[in-house]
Design a protein around this ligand. Sequence first.
Ligand SMILES: CC(=O)OC[C@H](N)C(=O)O
Length: 263
Amino acid sequence: MTKDNIIQNIKALKSHSNINYGIKTKTEDFTEKLFYTLFDSNAALDESIDELEIRFKEIAVLACKKPENLCESIWDRFVEKLPGVLEKLNQDAAYILENDPASNSIDEVYLGYPGFYAIAIYRLSHELYKLDLLLFSRLMSEYAHRITGTDIHAGADIASPFFIDHATGIVIGETTVIKKHVKIYQGVTLGALSVSKDMKNAKRHPTVEANVCIYANATILGGGTIIGKNSVIGGNSWITKSIPEDSIVLNTTTTEVKIKEKK
Ligand SMILES: CC(=O)OC[C@H](N)C(=O)O
């Protein structure tokens, strides 16, 4: 096949979509700039917000299916949410410091905790999701997923304060609801019990009531599954039904220990 033939074939196979790949890198730059603006004490807020506005509008035009002026105007609705989001994130950071014996200062949480980073980008992308900028919100949360290994769908509804420790291998689905003072550890999945496209608008993921702690690698599935308040879910639990409040759930699978025979 000649180079021209190959190009023609590739063109034909690309013709069904109209993707501008630049939106991905633009969203990543915007996300970093936003995190810096909100958390660096020396960030010049006036200039940073102007810069963010320019970048936001470039992305919004590429990501939004509405007329250009409507997409650009979403910035005003997004920026006015930032103080409220920051207030929640400050509560999250304080809660992480309060609950993790391994943490030594609030600076450590803001600068070095992947759980805090994942929650921060979730809270910001959730605002985009509510403004119907779905591709923009997905690219932002996917950036945080790539960096932290924690996949929080922007549609999830998560109250503050919220604590994720050792944020890696965590999945929180789109219709998950998490109330205040919930703590989760690495490997936790809050997922759907089964997956089919016709469940798009259904509640597919669990509800976690206030003051619940979910230890490592627990899997909790189903839109009707409610974890009652003040419960503790032990590591490696597998839960597909609701749990009453004040429960302690333990996976009692035993690990056998044998001594090796001497040769
Ligand atoms: C987290 C999870 O269960 O995802 C499955 C599927 N993507 C859904 O949203 O239902």
